[in-house]
Design a protein around this ligand. Structure first.
Ligand SMILES: *Cc1c(COP(=O)(O)O)cnc(C)c1O
Length: 393
């Protein structure tokens, strides 16, 4: 059986988790901070906050950015539902905007048209998604966002290790915080770095960072000098400078979105192989690209893209359902990413319908994600390519 994506757990990973399990902490312990620092270093940002999953990372980010009842936020319909849902968790309104057919990413011209047509201040933020691992050009989005006073929350779940090239010719890593206010990652088993469940928020903004730390654990502050309560602790002693050891404060409404120490140990071990993994993913992508060059069944492009993190390898084809079933017969489990979000019953109920996002809808009719993961063998990939060519032969 050849799936479209798969985790890679090595003996070193298992040893790392076993060691963490023998330590003093099961949930939030010192290994989490170590993982956060290693991840921030890998991405090239100042701060990272590990949380229980990518969806929690999105929820906390939306909260930290201040999304409130009725706030309008723009995102792409070609993404996992959570990119949009996080706005709904906070009572905000999701406004989908169509994709660019070359990149499959949010089309900045369409976003600009939306902003131009609305009264000033109508929109609060944008959630661009580095879909398939291809980096959104956030330099361009930042300019637009600044013009309209919007924040940017980058969904980088597909793109740890991905980058775009800015106007100065420099690589800008996904999630590095140079342009987006916050970025989020997931450590679900199909993603680049797997910890079972897990997520991360990255940023260069210290205020947002501190808020995320609080929100991750019930909105509780402990052991810093930012207490605000003056209680009678004992014998009539009051004051902001006399806090006993047990003292803590719930300063806002937070959640339990904590990560665990043994997952962090797995994350550190996985992260140490991230570069190798991406190298192999790019090798696989090059081979697919070379194999499909000038093939008449390929709609659109299938060229290799620099800076792409290749979480997914998507092609657009004629008779997609035929190919999907043919591959399945040969135990190749391709996948479709994604059914457009705006056509999910939940969002249809909010008024979205077929014809609203014609690029996304046309893309969806033809897209198929081929097997893409570092441990895919040369023989397995050859078999996948052979079966695709055979099907259209
Ligand atoms: C996986 C994923 C998420 C959600 O991550 P979980 O860890 O599964 O909660 C959000 N957005 C995108 C684009 C994803 O691929």
């Amino acid at each position: 059986m050849i799936p479209y994506g798969k985790q890679n757990i090595t003996e070193e990973d298992i040893q790392a988790v076993a060691k963490a399990l023998k330590g003093d902490f099961l949930t939030q312990g010192p290994t989490i901070l170590e993982f956060e620092k290693a991840f921030a270093n890998y991405i090239g940002c100042n701060y990272a906050v590990a949380v229980s999953n990518g969806t929690a990372a999105l929820h906390l980010s939306a909260l930290a950015l201040g999304v409130q009842e009725g706030d309008k936020v723009i995102t792409t319909p070609i993404t996992f539902a959570a990119s949009a849902n996080c706005i709904r968790y906070c009572g905000g309104e999701v406004v989908f905007s169509d994709i660019d057919l070359d990149t499959y990413l949010l089309d900045i011209n369409k976003v600009e048209a939306l902003l131009k047509a609305a009264p000033k201040g109508a929109y609060k933020g944008i959630v661009p998604v580095d879909f398939t691992g291809r980096a959104v050009n956030l330099e361009d989005f930042r300019k637009l966002a600044d013009e309209y006073g919007l924040w940017i929350l980058e969904d980088s779940c597909h793109s740890p290790g991905g980058y775009f090239i800015d106007s100065k010719g420099e690589n800008q890593n996904c999630g590095n915080g140079n342009y987006a206010d916050l970025a989020i990652f997931s450590f679900h088993p199909v993603k680049h770095i797997a910890t079972g469940e897990g997520g991360m928020v990255t940023t260069n903004d210290e205020t947002l960072y501190k808020q995320l730390l609080r929100l991750r654990s019930h909105g509780i502050t402990k052991g810093d000098d930012k207490y605000t309560n003056t209680l009678d602790f004992a014998n009539g002693q009051k004051g902001l400078d006399i806090y006993p050891g047990w003292y803590m404060e719930m300063q806002q409404l937070g959640f339990n979105y904590r990560f665990t120490d043994f997952q962090a140990a797995l994350g550190i071990s996985q992260l140490s192989r991230a570069d190798k993994g991406i190298e192999r993913r790019r090798e696989i992508a090059k081979k697919y690209a070379d194999s499909f060059i000038n093939k008449s069944f390929i709609k659109g492009h299938s060229n290799f893209v620099e800076g792409h993190a290749y979480h997914l390898y998507v092609i657009e084809v004629e008779n997609r359902i035929g190919l999907y079933n043919y591959l399945l017969e040969h135990k190749i489990f391709a996948q479709i990413h994604y059914i457009p979000c705006h056509l999910m019953p939940y969002y249809r109920e909010k008024g979205w319908k077929e014809g609203d996002m014609t690029n996304a809808e046309n893309y969806y009719k033809h897209c198929i994600s081929l097997p893409m993961y570092p441990t895919l063998t040369v023989e397995e990939q050859d078999f996948v390519i052979e079966k695709i060519i055979q099907f259209y032969g």
